[in-house]
Design a protein around this ligand. Structure first.
Ligand code: AMP
Length: 553
């Protein structure tokens, strides 16, 4: 017999409001620290749902957000899905043409945008791509000067609305969230999260085998809320009845240290770049991190040196996590098993530097080149496949991509791994041709196409090179056309990329070569280039050995 209600987000909000009405939600804003309680939060969620209703948002409609991490963004997290809409978080760091594609593909009805991002959104605005968007809501109490039309400020939008909303009974398969991944070549791919996917991800990440969240925790997601729902933490923190701390737009290491100290943060999460920045800051500055118990590091491999330093110098446990947009997103956490606590420190750090153990509810297999399943011996490496209730089985309106990346219900992750006898996954390579810099994707194929369109270029390929701070940076390998002047060509190419793409996509180095190595089938053989240039410090800040997992180690 099915339960009386489906697996939805609604009870998480209800529980937090009724059982933890006084727990706080804190945000860093341009005007200073903003704080209120779950009771006030829940009222505003009700007001927002009524306002969205009033704006014509109906069951199944998409509500886009173009925002950093703050309380208003968190209000959309429960209001939009719980009224039957679909929360679509858009990444403001993407190139304009990706934003256009995403808004058009998702057909957002309304977009909520941060004041500091209005200009960026207006720059990406395109009448045809944004044809579905009826209104823009600026996340504040005023509307800045903008070329966008039909703009209202958030506080006026929700101000006169009733705080009570008659939340519907939604089916578990109701689409509730959406996020695009640029993880592979070509156009971004949409991933939809149903109510039951978000519910099951929340329930799986709450206990010790996941993130181990308690009502006494003070949780600060530094990972952006436009990245797979900040790894689901706004939902799981609410389900736990814990205190939220949102670090606002572009927090510096000093901002993070001060929030940890002032708000008593116990658990925080983000990509390695953030924590390298904090460690650097702490070398020069004093901060009291004594409340902090755990830093969840994911998105890229957590360097062993970072795990070691947080443990030895600050008594903070790094919980290394791996996941994907397609997985809502958490798949593994590198928690030590009973008995491992007493291992020599270096052995412990080695285990923690692996991506870890699958969280309960998921299944995995490692598949070799010939399609055979590989043993868990810590040696054999192959592609990791996963499946489970919060792993999607398709991309939104992209049947060819779906066919490529999924097989009999398994998601083919594109991550090449070993699994040791104890079940710890270790990523040793990436089969997909992309570069991840500071937690954000750079499409090597798009850069290659742009470079090869230049008259002075005969052939070009772009490779990710290990980098200490950003984990990876792009380096372009270019075969110049016979007539080209190499010195001016280098500058021209970098300038061209900066004008067509976000500036941080520009290659750190342009290396001229005579020929791009090719595979037997004539494709660019990037492995050869990567292996050839791995030993050289092509870009500033060569990664330490333990940050650059290699298929051959
Ligand atoms: P995204 O969909 O943007 O979250 O990116 C997912 C991809 O990021 C994975 O398939 C991995 O290639 C990479 N990734 C995520 N977490 C880690 C990690 N802990 N270590 C190494 N790579 C990671």
């Amino acid at each position: 017999m099915p339960g009386a209600t489906a697996q939805t987000l609604r009870p998480f909000l209800w529980r937090a409001r009724r059982m933890f009405p006084d727990r706080e939600v804190v945000s860093r804003t341009h005007e200073g620290i903003h704080r209120y309680t779950y009771a006030e939060y829940a009222d505003r969620v009700g007001q927002l749902a009524n306002a969205l209703d009033g704006a014509g948002v109906e069951r199944g409609d998409r509500v886009g957000t173009f925002c950093w991490n703050h309380h208003r963004h968190y209000e959309t997290y429960f209001a939009a899905p719980s009224m039957g809409g679909q929360l679509h978080t858009i990444n403001p760091l993407l190139p304009d043409h990706h934003v256009q594609y995403i808004v058009e593909n998702a057909a957002d009805r309304i977009i909520l945008v941060d004041p500091s991002l209005v200009e960026k959104l207006a720059g990406a605005y395109d009448e045809e791509a944004f044809a579905s968007v009826e209104q823009f809501v600026v996340m504040g109490s005023e509307v800045p000067d903008t070329s966008l039309e039909n703009v209202v400020d958030y506080e006026s939008f929700i101000g006169d609305e009733d705080a009570t909303y008659d939340w519907p009974d939604l089916p578990g398969d109701q689409p509730a969230g959406m996020c695009y991944t640029s993880g592979t070549t070509g156009k971004p791919k949409g991933v939809e999260y149903t109510q039951e996917m978000l519910w099951s991800h929340t329930m799986a990440t709450l206990p010790e085998a996941g993130l181990d969240l308690r009502s006494s925790d003070v949780v600060m997601p530094v990972v952006p809320m436009f990245h797979v729902n900040a790894w689901g933490m706004p939902f799981s923190t609410t389900a736990a009845g814990a205190k939220h701390v949102y670090p606002g737009p572009s927090p510096s290491p000093a901002d993070l240290a001060s929030l940890i100290e002032e708000e008593g943060v116990t658990l925080t999460a983000g990509v390695p770049t953030v924590w390298l920045g904090l460690l650097e800051y702490l070398e020069e500055n004093d901060a009291d991190l004594s409340s902090l118990e755990t830093i969840v590091i994911g998105g890229s491999a957590a360097p062993k040196s970072v795990i070691r330093r947080f443990d030895e110098e600050y008594d903070v446990d790094v919980l290394h996590a791996w996941g994907m947009t397609e997985m809502s997103p958490i798949g593994t956490v590198a928690r030590l098993k009973p008995g491992m606590e007493s291992l020599p420190a270096e052995e412990r750090y080695d285990k923690q530097a692996k991506q870890g153990l699958l969280i309960p509810g998921l299944e995995m297999r490692v598949v070799g080149d010939g399609g055979e399943e590989l043993p868990w011996d810590g040696e054999a490496f192959g592609e990791l496949h996963v499946r489970g209730p919060w792993v999607t089985t398709e991309y939104f309106e992209r049947p060819e991509a779906t066919e490529e990346d999924f097989e009999d219900g398994w998601l083919k992750t594109g991550d090449v791994v070993t699994v040791d006898e104890e079940g710890y996954v270790k990523i040793v390579d990436r089969a997909k041709d992309v570069i991840k810099s500071g937690g954000e994707w750079i499409s090597s194929v798009e850069l290659e196409n742009a470079l090869m369109a230049h008259d002075g270029v005969a052939e070009a390929t772009v490779v990710g090179v290990p980098h200490q701070r950003w984990q990876e940076r792009p380096v372009a390998f270019v075969v110049p056309a016979a007539s080209a002047d190499e010195e001016s060509l280098k500058t021209e190419l970098v300038e061209m990329v900066k004008s067509e793409f976000p500036k941080w996509w520009a290659p750190d180095e342009v290396v001229f070569i005579e020929e791009v190595p090719k595979t037997a089938t004539g494709k660019f053989d990037k492995k050869v280039l990567r292996n050839q240039y791995d030993d050289e410090s092509l870009v500033e800040g060569k990664a330490p050995e333990d940050a650059a997992p290699d298929a051959n180690d």
